[in-house]
Design a protein around this ligand. Sequence first.
Ligand SMILES: CC(C)(COP(=O)(O)OP(=O)(O)OC[C@H]1O[C@@H](n2cnc3c(N)ncnc32)[C@H](O)[C@@H]1OP(=O)(O)O)[C@@H](O)C(=O)NCCC(=O)NCCS
Length: 195
Amino acid sequence: MGTLRHAEQLIFWVRDLTGPLPGPGEVPGMEFRPGTAEDAPALAIAMGPADGHLAAARMLTNRQVFVGLEGGRAVTYCWLSFQAEAIGEIEGVIRPAPDEAYIWDCQTIPERRGQGLYPVLLASIAHHLRDRGKRRIWSATTLANRSSQRGFEKAGFQRAGRLDCRRWLLFSSRRLQLEAGSSEEIRRALVAACG
Ligand SMILES: CC(C)(COP(=O)(O)OP(=O)(O)OC[C@H]1O[C@@H](n2cnc3c(N)ncnc32)[C@H](O)[C@@H]1OP(=O)(O)O)[C@@H](O)C(=O)NCCC(=O)NCCS
């Protein structure tokens, strides 16, 4: 991070996959599906010059990508992890259980934002993961990222808790506030993630 003083506020989101899931919705001309190695060049363009090189590299790891494609062009995507994954914003680690997944590094390309693609992508991911036996999805947004929060809300994710992290020189503090009504299981998962 490199700064002497740093503060970050994260909202954790959870999607229970054990209950009814509304249909993900459709976008004419678009296909929402897990990405394959053949999609790496299209994803690299969508991820942009700074991050594009990560597309092919991540596909060689145990991460997966889920992508919304339009005529071969990747217009919206999220990365999925099923094992411990760094939460870059807070220098933390989230550890999904074997029947859970963590969604991170999502984007809709700038010229297609505000057209409702992200909620369809997130809902398609929920169906995909439920069909593969997953019971819960985790994700996190910064408190400032209202666009992403709206996407999660529209896709039926619930707020699980909020984490306030502060660091000044060698001192750091983390304060976790659970949403009212969060279960003990959610609390334990978040405490573990927030270390
Ligand atoms: C967050 C993001 C993925 C949402 O994708 P999207 O396909 O535009 O999602 P939606 O169309 O459902 O729009 C979600 C919200 O974005 C906001 N929005 C609308 N038009 C927008 C635009 N042109 N640019 C940015 N945000 C816009 C609105 O608040 C909208 O909610 P509303 O429809 O209730 O008003 C996208 O804005 C993005 O890629 N942002 C940069 C990367 C990022 O923040 N990733 C998420 C990290 S957790």
